[in-house]
Design a protein around this ligand. Structure first.
Ligand code: ADP
Ligand code: TYD
Length: 208
């Protein structure tokens, strides 16, 4: 392997990206890499604030929420204790469950996508993933998986919300595709077949 990598896993809720994050961790570790899993929203202060907003404890409008996600991301990149730049400098390959493509998709349902891009410009300059992996699953299938996996769904986990975010992912991917490495993987197959496809793509692009 030439060097360590930063890989972002993306997709609508229920697409299986958390499952793929773990399977990829296993495959890359087996290939001899030092790998860490990370996620957004983070467990740091701003990430926790966002979870309070989602749980309804704190009220915030959609511009504020999008800006907080961008702030959480900057802290995630730059935090001297546990930030992404630090982990990558230490030689870890980091697989991140959601990154700025999530912001472009989720927030542009409510506010203009160019404004979300502006909020994330600094993060996009500081740390681009070597690869964004979009786990592509039709919203109806993602909804079915969510229903099967959870006793109760969150209020926002409806088919129409999944469809809206899915459509925005397509718009966001088209918008940044020229400047970013994005791999769309068919997420309707079984988990091991999907992770094998992602691993093959990493081998093809980066000769791991
Ligand atoms: P996400 O992180 O995208 O919300 P998860 O990885 O948590 O999705 O998966 C949601 C549910 O779907 C879980 O119950 C998981 O076991 C199941 N699941 C994940 N990937 C697949 C797959 N490829 N085929 C069938 N079920 C899957
Ligand atoms: P997460 O905890 O990853 O939920 P899940 O495991 O179900 O994917 O993310 C919580 C929610 O935060 C999820 O619905 C997506 C949303 N989100 C944004 O709205 N903007 C963002 O920038 C990110 C990273 C996540």
């Amino acid at each position: 392997m030439a060097h360590n990598f930063f890989i972002a896993l993306e997709g609508i809720d229920g697409s299986g990206k958390s499952t793929q994050t773990k399977l990829l961790h296993h495959l890359l570790s087996k290939a001899g890499m030092q790998v860490q899993i990370d996620f957004e929203p983070t467990d740091n202060e701003i990430g926790r604030l966002l979870r309070h907003i989602f749980s309804g404890k704190i009220n915030a409008n959609q511009y504020t929420i999008a800006a907080l996600f961008a702030a959480d991301r900057l802290d995630h990149i730059l935090n001297p204790k546990n930030g992404l730049q630090k982990k990558l400098a230490e030689g870890y390959t980091v697989i991140c469950d959601r990154y700025y493509l999530s912001s472009l998709a989720y927030h542009s349902v409510h506010v203009p996508i160019d404004w979300v891009m502006d909020c994330n410009k600094m993060a996009m300059q500081l740390l681009k993933p070597h690869l964004h992996v979009f786990v592509d699953v039709p919203p109806a299938l993602a909804m079915q998986r969510l229903k099967q996996s959870r006793p109760q769904l969150e209020m926002y986990e409806t088919l129409s919300n999944l469809e809206a975010v899915y459509a925005k992912y397509q718009e966001a991917i088209e918008k940044i595709n020229a400047e970013e490495n994005i791999f769309r993987v068919d997420g309707t197959q079984n988990p091991d077949s999907i992770s094998a496809l992602i691993f093959e793509e990493l081998q093809r692009r980066f000769s791991i």
